[in-house]
Design a protein around this ligand. Sequence first.
Ligand SMILES: C=CC1=C(C)c2cc3[nH]c(cc4nc(cc5[nH]c(cc1n2)c(C)c5CCC(=O)O)C(CCC(=O)O)=C4C)c(C)c3C=C
Ligand SMILES: [Fe+2]
Ligand SMILES: [Fe+2]
Length: 386
Amino acid sequence: MSTRRAVLIVNLGSPASTDPEDVREYLEEFLGDPRVIDLPRWGWLRRLLVNRLIIPRRLQNSSHAYAQIWTDAGSPLIATSRSACEKLAQALSSSDNGEATTAADAGKESGAPLVYLAMRYGRPSIPEVVAQIAAAGVEEVLIFPQYPHYAMSSWETVVVRVCEAFAALPPRAPHAQQVRLHCVKPFYADSDYIEALAQVCLPHLSETPREAGDHLLFSYHGIPVRHVGIASLRGVTARFVEHPLAEWTPEIGGASGEGGAGALSYVAHIEQTTARLVARLGDAAPRHSLAYQSRLVGEPWLAPYTDAELLRLPREEGVRRLFVLCPAFTTDCLETLEEIQMQGRDAFLGAGGTFFKQIPCLNDHPAYIDFLASRVRHWLKKDCLK
Ligand SMILES: C=CC1=C(C)c2cc3[nH]c(cc4nc(cc5[nH]c(cc1n2)c(C)c5CCC(=O)O)C(CCC(=O)O)=C4C)c(C)c3C=C
Ligand SMILES: [Fe+2]
Ligand SMILES: [Fe+2]
């Protein structure tokens, strides 16, 4: 009998609704994650700071921002992630490696890998989806965090939470103790990922004739400067030693550079994505620069800041027409649809710009589905850890 396999796609997640109480619950889970807000070290003091100071100050603005982007299908991030999962399952089912089915078809017997979707915060939660995976008798799981770049607050917290959820399954859960976990590493330089970005960008860049003041801004989600190079294995149990984090342990905390000492550097990953995409776009890309968005107050975050750049570029660099690409987000979400597409556009046009285009994220674009399917096929061929 063939091994039962599943792919677990994990994205960040959204509140259940734009109601301030749902947004509060979501932010409490998100900002209560010690890999997101890691100071102060004492849990009780951190919870006090997050729940009594940070969240009350953000709640009204966050709920309003979510209301601006909410659709009939709910959160764009969740709806788009669902669509990408369905398309991935379809793509795999037409491949040579057997058929894949979405988790909704799990009752039907087949040797095919199942495709599951979970959110790091909110629902469908990682523990509930992990319980479904165990109940389906799955023996091998490919964790696929939807983050191209390593950060403790994104890729790592997803992987650790999945490991914790498997470890917490009751011992009698079917196959709970035998499930083998593998994981897709941050894919910042993967040629299929870069190609997918190029396929999304090119039509937008060529939509209008090129002009002298054109500029392409790469806007990545920021993190506190202090987080660069931090990685923590807390929560990854010895049972999951096949996990690539174990393979990377000696490299954690190193300097920048690919593959060697800086394998977990967010900034090194971002520079690689930018350089490779610019090389791929060639003459199709106008002048470009890089900035970091979505910072919280309280300590220095990676700079330059996108909001400041949106004012500086027209005022000091003579930029008139701006394209903004956000490659840290695989799915359009609050940070692209509201912060860039709404607030960013207003700021840039108000500062003298004449044209503003937010290039969509990869979402469920066929080239992104090709990339997802290609990573899964590598795993099915058992060479995912090479
Ligand atoms: C792309 C990777 C992400 C990293 C790294 C990241 C780090 C990080 N984020 C916060 C605080 C917030 N982020 C918020 C929204 C948000 N963040 C990401 C991705 C990354 N965050 C996404 C995809 C989203 C959008 C979710 C959606 O529902 O559409 C928010 C909530 C919105 C708000 O109130 O502004 C907060 C807060 C920190 C502190 C951090 C690293 C330390
Ligand atoms: Fe964030
Ligand atoms: Fe934001």
